[in-house]
Design a protein. Structure first.
Length: 510
């Protein structure tokens, strides 16, 4: 009964039907790795063989290659050795009853694998142009030797397999080329954008050089970074440079100013909110989800309330978020870059900032210098802004006079780079000559030069005290000039309104 039901004893029509079914399976598949396994399995079943193998021919290297199974690395061997190679190179079908008696057989493979080969049926695989592209091989017929009928069935299967394999190989090559092209493009994009991002950090002073080196060192290390420095020192620019130099560069860089949000909105902005939490509220994702796969920049992190700090700590520890009003945990892969102009260690002592969150954020620390600490970089920054603004408003190129440059260097810039940028923009718009002189500077900057010279040579007061007095005077003047409009005064000083309020509180100004 068993012999009657075996494959080789079925009627020719039934066997042909099985071959056609196998051809349909093969033609429907385009994945090369899957095809190797599928064709080998169908040949083994149809010819009642112990096993079967598929090899493709690499003519340039005179090698046959195959995949052991789906997902495995390819194996290669010299096509001039063995019965499979003989079939591929000669273009002729080879059918032998006793492989070890055939001079073309390579016994080394059996010696390495421990498999005992007896009978072999090896047939060339051809494409539509009748070119040999590989070989299909059946090993060890379970009953007797491979027959003429077996050869005919294998020819039918091989005709379909050859075309399908060539198409699948071509698709795989295209996919590999596309993948390589995407990788090369991403790398080139990262190099260009990353280099551009660090080049926008202007300055040749040692503190600025240290910042640029630090960015290059840590960008590819997927850890959180705390960026500290006074308002207007360029913390967001540094965060952007870190992101663009990292492997996350093609993913989003999402920013959130924690000081600009009321406490009631901080959690929904960070973690998202579900529909129906309150009347008319629609579901929306938070900043952590929006930055998934990329980078989240949290400016003014020191202004985050304690409840939001606790929830953020959980996100950083467990890498999941829960939207406000939701119960579902959402996984996120987000790198956090945090910035503040506060002394967080002092905030920890005052119990307004969590110590555990501080250490989660402060894996890497970058401290940005105040502009008054790097006076040698002020002319470089000034000329950079002059060139940029002249181009933007389509004015002829302008330059700084020596007196104007000296005044800029001597001014303490309480608003740092942001204030310098505003000062230069005003000068470029107002100046009528191509050389910007001392007369084109604002009154505060000119007055500082005279006072600054006296201070440098006629006083032993600490620099911090002198700067505090000067900042107090400049803030008073700006408030008076603006009719005590804080927004206008902050803009004139190159500060945010929040930054101005903080300085007013620091100096006891009302």
């Amino acid at each position: 009964m068993a012999a009657t039901n075996s494959v080789e004893h079925r009627p020719p029509a039934a066997r042909l039907q099985e071959v056609l079914a196998s051809c349909q399976k093969i033609s429907a598949q385009q994945d090369l790795g899957v095809l190797f396994d599928l064709i080998a399995g169908e040949v083994t079943k149809l010819l009642a063989a112990d096993r079967a193998s598929i090899f493709l021919l690499d003519r340039e290297k005179s090698e046959l290659w195959s995949l052991v199974s789906v997902g495995e690395k390819e194996i290669r061997f010299d096509a001039r050795l063995g019965l499979a190679g003989a079939a591929a190179l000669s273009g002729q079908t080879i059918n032998v009853d006793n492989a070890h008696r055939d001079s073309r057989f390579n016994p080394g493979i059996d010696a390495r694998t421990g498999y005992r080969t007896r009978s072999v049926l090896a047939m060339p695989l051809r494409n539509q142009r009748k070119e040999v592209i590989g070989v299909i091989q059946a090993l060890n017929k379970k009953r007797g030797a491979f027959t003429v009928e077996d050869i005919a069935l294998l020819e039918t299967l091989a005709a379909q397999a050859g075309n399908t394999l060539e198409t699948a190989e071509f698709i795989q090559q295209l996919c590999e080329q596309r993948h390589q092209l995407l990788e090369d493009t991403a790398q080139l994009w990262k190099e260009v954008e990353g280099r551009s991002a660090t080049q926008q950090i202007i300055g040749m002073s040692e503190p600025i050089q240290q910042v640029v080196r630090r960015i290059q060192q840590i960008s590819e290390i997927d850890v959180n970074v705390l960026i500290t420095g006074e308002s207007g020192t360029g913390k967001e620019m540094v965060a952007r440079a870190i992101h663009l130099n990292s492997h996350r560069a093609k993913r989003p860089l999402v920013s959130l100013n924690c000081a600009a949000l009321p406490d009631s909105l901080v959690e929904s902005e960070l973690f998202g909110i579900e529909k129906g939490v309150a009347t008319g509220v629609e579901a929306r994702i938070g900043k952590f989800e929006a930055a998934n796969g990329g980078t989240l920049f949290l400016d003014e992190i020191g202004d985050l309330n304690l409840l939001a700090q606790a929830k953020m700590l959980r996100v950083l520890q467990e890498k999941i978020v829960e939207r406000v009003g939701g119960k579902k945990s959402i996984p996120v892969d987000t790198r956090v870059l945090a910035a503040t102009n506060k002394d967080l260690e002092a905030e920890i002592k005052q119990r307004t900032f969590r110590e555990d969150l501080y250490y989660r954020l402060n894996v890497i620390h970058i401290q940005l210098p105040a502009l008054r600490e790097i006076p040698e970089d002020i002319p470089l920054l000034a000329n950079y802004f002059i060139t940029r603004f002249c181009r933007e408003i389509k004015k002829a190129p302008m330059k700084l006079s020596a007196d104007a440059s000296r005044c800029l260097r001597n001014y303490p810039w309480p608003g740092n780079i942001r204030q310098l940028q505003n000062e230069i923009k005003r000068m470029v718009i107002a100046a009528r000559r191509t050389t910007i002189t001392e007369d084109d500077l604002s009154e505060a900057v000119r007055a500082s030069d005279v006072g600054g010279t006296t201070t440098r040579h006629g006083s032993n007061r600490p620099l911090k005290e002198v700067v505090a007095d000067l900042e107090t005077r400049l803030i008073r003047e700006a408030l008076t000039a603006s009719g005590h409009n804080q927004q206008q005064a902050a803009r004139a000083l190159g500060l945010s309104r929040q930054g101005l309020i903080k300085k007013m509180k620091r100096y006891g100004l009302k």
